[in-house]
Design a protein around this ligand. Sequence first.
Ligand SMILES: [Zn+2]
Length: 161
Amino acid sequence: MPVESEMHHLRRCVELAGEALAEGDEPFGSVLVDASGVALMEDRNRIAGGDRTRHPEFALARWAVEHLSPEVRAAATVYTSGEHCPMCAAAHAWVGLGRIVYVSSSAQLVGWLSELGVPEPPVRPLPIQSVAPGVVVEGPVAGLAEEVRGLHCRYHGAAPE
Ligand SMILES: [Zn+2]
């Protein structure tokens, strides 16, 4: 599990997810952090404009390959409010990024969306390691995951319980 010094990166991911929600986007946020714990780049979901590939994890993978050496990418950690979807897990692995720590799992998200009556997405929500078996993955993070659930409830027009 993530150590205490990593919790502020995870909290920032939840904050970014909240910013996405405030802008009408699905609540997802991610931070790319180097081996010494310094945040290099962050992003949030940006699908409200109609391009549903604009996930923060995908954006971070693209940024990393353009700005960081393979060594720095391999030593970096991506913190994220929700486990990578298959597209983002693949991008993460293709660009050779390191560990992933997520606040809430895809399995949790599937459960929440099903409770909310949201139709299934066009891409199957597989665990990261089904797509990218070499990536070290940690999560979910109890407590913070409930905050993420609240954001998804709000996005889909339900009051968080
Ligand atoms: Zn994704």
